[in-house]
Ligand binder design. Structure first.
Ligand code: NAD
Ligand code: USQ
Length: 407
């Protein structure tokens, strides 16, 4: 298949592009390199020395004999350029990773909030409008987030996107009919950041275009991706994937493993009672492939899959890493506004039914990530580790309930 990977220079997009190319697909990456510019803005960098886009693509071709195309284009800003690209390339599948994906970055200031909304919502809407304008029958696979459901305790297993409900029937004058009417709705959204909000807005755009234009769309509600290498990125040093550890882009498990590697106390926010969904990066690329291989039909509602393999409580992860590495942890004031403690049960039945064999958290894999971090520890800037983006000016909201140290 001919596949465009939007955001293919990023943490998920790069290994996904390599995996799809390895499987024999004709892959082209489209990216505006904004993520690399944000590193410059923040004065930080990937812990691993990622190569320039053309260099890593040349290395892929040298290593495997397969070629990947690359177009530098801003999907949010250059709509005409994107329509022209679609017309030239005529893809069967568009995989859409091209959004600003850090919740803390999205909450830094009004400028960052506005950028995240403008970039993400425009990018998604431009992709949809352009597919219609180019008159192509494309399967759009979008990377969404488990965060659309929110992180209160739901008291039920979170379904894959849709909630079946029964509502009391009424006549037009408001008289109860005594009947219960079956309805299906998108699971009520409860985003915890402006970034997560953009994924909620994306969902509604997808529902509209699936209904109005019969576009074929799959939305993958993904949990936190951890790890750094995949089978393909390990083929050559120059294919190395990015590893974010800074307070804005570093995600919790990779951050803890990096912190353990450089001897920095693990930064547990608040009580560490937050439960989140996780997926290893190798499974992420497998899931994207499974989604591509199982498209909806024209006229179907948006297919929504929960893309996670396990859930964990933040402090349990920190304690596990302390056990296997000898690191110590520190409970720090939570910079975010989020539930201090929550349970999370979410269905991932679709991927399991499609044959996904989950890679779950094992000591071996955790150690592998820690070793990668140790190997590049001399590139780390420890001043970039603290999370400094505050959700609210009212510091009483995110105040820690206990400050302790296990050492
Ligand atoms: P990333 O920031 O590493 O990669 C995103 C890429 O998109 C970057 O290379 C960036 O330059 C590009 N991009 C952004 N805006 C663009 C635009 N307007 N035009 C063209 N290119 C643009 O992020 P990631 O971790 O690879 O995440 C990819 C997707 O997966 C995101 O949509 C994110 O919301 C989703 N996701 C990520 C995780 C995770 O843990 N990393 C978890 C769940 C969902
Ligand atoms: N946390 C800590 N210590 C840290 C970093 C984070 O305790 O040093 C806590 C946070 O307060 C939060 C949890 O860990 O409660 C997760 O934070 P995170 O930064 O790992 O993940 P999040 O902000 O939710 O965002 C990441 C990706 C995003 C994706 C999302 C999936 O950056 O693109 O959408 O995970 S999910 O979490 O399922 O919504």
């Amino acid at each position: 298949m001919r596949i465009l990977v939007l955001g293919g220079d990023g943490f998920c997009g790069w290994p996904a592009a390599l995996h799809l190319s390895q499987l024999g697909h004709d892959v082209e990456i489209v990216d505006n390199l904004s993520r690399r510019r944000i590193d410059e803005e923040l004065g930080t960098d990937s812990l691993t020395p990622i190569r320039a886009p053309r260099e890593r693509i040349a290395a892929w071709s040298e290593t495997t004999g397969r070629s990947i195309g690359f177009t530098e284009l801003d999907i949010a800003e250059d709509y005409d350029g994107f329509v022209a690209l679609l017309a030239r390339s005529r893809p069967d599948v568009v995989v859409h990773f091209a959004e600003q994906r850090a919740a803390p970055y999205s909450m830094k200031s009004a400028t960052h909030k506005r950028y995240t909304i403008d970039n993400n919502v425009n990018a998604t809407h431009n992709v949809l409008a352009a597919i219609v304008e180019a008159d192509l029958d494309v399967h759009l696979v979008h990377l969404g987030t488990m965060g659309v459901y929110g992180y209160g305790t739901a008291g039920m297993r979170i379904p894959e996107g849709y909630l079946d409900v029964k509502v009391p029937g009424e006549t037009p004058d408001g008289t109860p009919t005594g009947e219960l009417i079956d309805q299906t709705m998108l699971y009520p959204s409860n985003p915890g950041s402006i970034y997560h909000m953009t994924k909620v807005l994306d969902q509604h755009l997808f529902a509209f275009y699936a209904k109005n234009d019969k576009l074929r769309i799959t939305d993958l509600h993904q949990g936190i991706v951890w790890g750094t290498h995949t089978e393909e990125t390990e083929l050559d040093e120059r294919l190395v994937n990015r590893f974010d550890y800074d307070g804005d882009y570093g995600t919790v498990l990779n951050r803890f493993l990096m912190q353990a590697a450089v001897g920095y106390p693990l930064t547990v926010h608040g009580t560490g009672g937050q439960t989140r969904a996780f997926i290893h990066i190798q499974d992420m690329v497998r899931c994207v492939t499974l989604a591509i291989d199982n498209p909806p039909a024209n006229g179907d509602r948006v297919k929504i899959f929960n893309q996670l393999t396990e859930t964990h409580r933040v402090r349990d992860l920190a304690e596990l890493i302390c056990e296997i590495s000898g690191a110590r942890l520190e409970f720090v004031p939570n910079p975010r506004q989020e539930s201090a403690e929550n349970d999370l049960y979410a269905s991932n039945a679709t991927f399991l039914d499609l044959g996904l064999e989950p890679t779950t958290l094992s000591q071996g894999l955790l150690k592998e990530v820690e070793q990668t971090a140790r190997r590049f520890a001399d590139r780390a800037d420890l001043t970039k580790i603290p999370a400094a983006s505050l959700w609210t000016r009212d510091r009483s909201v995110g105040a820690p309930t206990r400050i302790a140290d296990t050492a």
